[in-house]
Design a protein around this ligand. Structure first.
Ligand code: CMC
Length: 429
């Protein structure tokens, strides 16, 4: 017999269905509660709310598990590439040879920008925040590809996906070139997805860029590890916007904006700024930990803590190793890595962090890897956005394809003034 939950409100009992996921995750289905009882549930910050059923990504925060379509992130990181993982996330299976060939060909076919889109970069000031440029330019794709608003037909969805994955990389690289006043570098034929990205970022007429397989692999791994993470702030934003039947490009542009903040994707830049500050000032680890624990300081250890992971972030484990590997292979030392490791050790042994279950997250070491690759600090969150694109696309599609799809529309508990007159609402002199 299926399990139910009971709730008593104003002396009346209501029976609520319990739904169970494939990994035995349980949820009380309250979708009929308001119509039956007049009550809604209240969950500030959605920490306890399942906003959808999804078969894309599974996370067990207590056990530190992350799986894309059932496959463990460590196995994907070891055996796959960003583009193949993107296919898995979006279509639910790894591609066969023909599917992979078609996908690669489409990515190459769509990697250029329309010339008018290219001219748009001239309209931004050189110092414009790269995430603002990225969001604007992805939204601008809605103007250039309006034949792809309706994606009911599979070949159209494939085309829109290939366009987004291919062009987000071109937009990022062109915006960087524009910001430093260098001529843009066009995509080159015969290069892989990530090779081409690095080529567009760093190749210049007076200093050709030589691709290093270690650097390519590290960058590809960064993209792959960020590819999806279930219902985080930016992905929920994409679903929210998509639920109104807004087109894929504009929904994803909203996701870029959601990602930008320091508590989400912007944390990778914030971590590096924090480590650089500690290094420059010569702060001791004890001083930093004491400052974090001092509630008046409002200072957080960036790259630590997670809403879902309460044990460890499996991505952080992989990135920490990648960080050691890439620095070793490039024959570099980075004092910020030493500070990060000392900070991690001190935090993990400190009651403040232990009691609150705060562990390093994906952003704690990713910045050091990107710094080694040569990615400028203000582009770190853009790298996260390129990586997260498959997750946003897959989640948008899940909303779009759901037979029971309704517009996302949360309720609220109103705590403002009760009805008053127009005159009473005016501020007194
Ligand atoms: N440093 C110090 N204290 C922290 C931190 C931190 N990084 N994170 C949480 N806490 C404390 C917080 O002050 C609170 O303490 P108390 O109970 O005494 O008030 C307690 O831990 C719970 O914090 P919370 O803010 O209620 O937790 P949350 O689930 O709302 O926030 C978080 C999750 C990731 C926003 C938060 O841990 C944080 O701000 N971390 C730093 C920013 C960061 O690294 N963000 C990247 C997240 S992973 C990548 C991504 O998904 O984008």
């Amino acid at each position: 017999m299926s399990q139910t939950a009971k709730i008593i409100l104003d002396g009346k009992e209501y029976e609520l269905p319990v739904i169970v996921g494939t990994e035995n995750e349980k949820a009380v289905d309250i979708s009929q509660l308001r119509s039956q009882s007049g009550y809604i549930t209240y969950d500030d910050g959605y920490g306890n709310t399942g906003s959808c059923k999804s078969d894309i990504t599974f996370i067990d925060g207590e056990k530190g598990i992350l799986r894309y379509r059932g496959v463990d992130i460590a196995e994907i990181a070891e055996k796959s590439s960003f583009l193949e993982a993107a296919y898995l996330i979006i279509w639910g299976h790894l591609p066969n040879k023909a599917e992979r060939q078609e996908f690669d060909d489409l990515i190459q076919q769509h990697e250029m920008l329309h010339e008018n889109m290219k001219h748009q970069f001239q309209g931004f000031p050189p110092q414009a925040a790269p995430m603002a440029v990225l969001s604007a330019m992805i939204n601008s794709m809605s103007c250039f590809h309006s034949h792809l608003y309706d994606l009911d037909e599979p070949h159209k969805f494939l085309e829109a996906t290939a366009k987004l994955l291919a062009k987000v990389r071109t937009i990022a690289a062109f915006s960087y070139k524009h910001s430093i006043g260098e001529p843009i570098s066009y995509p080159a034929p015969g290069l892989s997805y990530t090779e081409n990205f690095l080529h567009m970022m760093f190749d210049a007429p007076n200093h050709p860029y030589t691709l290093d397989p270690e650097v390519v692999r590290a960058m590809d791994l960064m993209f792959l590890l960020h590819a999806d993470h279930e219902q985080n702030c930016s992905t929920s934003t994409v679903r929210m916007v998509g639920s109104s039947q807004a087109n894929l490009f504009t929904s994803v542009a909203a996701g870029v904006s959601g990602l930008w903040g320091r508590l989400h994707g912007g944390a990778n830049q914030a971590v590096l700024e924090m480590l650089e500050g500690i290094h420059k000032r010569g702060d001791s680890i004890e001083t930093v930990i004491a400052k974090v624990k001092d509630k008046d300081s409002k200072f957080r250890l960036m790259g630590f803590g997670h809403r879902v992971y309460k044990n460890f972030d499996p991505r952080a484990k992989i990135i920490k190793k990648a960080c050691d590997d890439v620095l070793k292979k490039l024959g570099r030392k980075d004092p910020l890595l030493d500070i990060a490791k000392e900070l991690e050790q001190a935090a993990l042994a400190d009651d403040y962090f232990v009691e609150r279950k705060l562990y390093p997250n994906v952003d704690f070491y990713s910045g050091i890897v990107m710094r080694a690759i040569g990615i400028p600090l203000n582009m770190f969150t853009v790298m996260f956005a390129i990586g997260r694109m498959p997750g946003w696309i897959a989640n948008w599609k899940e909303v779009h394809d759901s037979p029971s799809q309704r517009i996302y529309r949360p309720r609220q508990v109103y705590v403002g003034p009760v009805q008053r007159s127009y005159e009473d609402a005016r501020k007194q002199d």
